[in-house]
Ligand binder design. Structure first.
Ligand code: ZN
Length: 93
């Protein structure tokens, strides 16, 4: 659709309500048609960057067997289980 230029038209500012030339009004970041006095550019801090959170999670992480935090690494039975699991023997002489 073709629109008229509006060089002889009048329009009201959406902020102050005064009448101006249609071409004098500008659209601000909120979509309001405003005069030069009421024109407000958007503050850069209101524009969020596509910033993601810090990477914390590990890829293919394995759960800790010591969920309750009570494991005692001096416990030879537990060490023997770990050696057996990884090396096929208990690692003890
Ligand atoms: Zn105005």
């Amino acid at each position: 659709m073709a629109y008229a230029i509006g060089n002889k038209s009048k329009a009201m500012c959406d902020i102050c309500g005064r009448k101006f030339s249609y071409q004098h009004l500008r659209e601000d970041w909120r979509g309001l048609k405003v005069c030069a006095v009421d024109f407000d550019s958007r503050h850069p801090q209101t524009e969020r960057n596509a910033k993601t959170s810090d990477a914390i999670a590990l890829r293919n992480a394995r759960p800790d067997k010591d969920v309750d935090g009570t494991a005692d690494w001096d416990d030879l039975d537990q060490l023997a289980d770990i050696f057996t699991m990884h090396f096929g023997n208990d690692g003890l002489p």
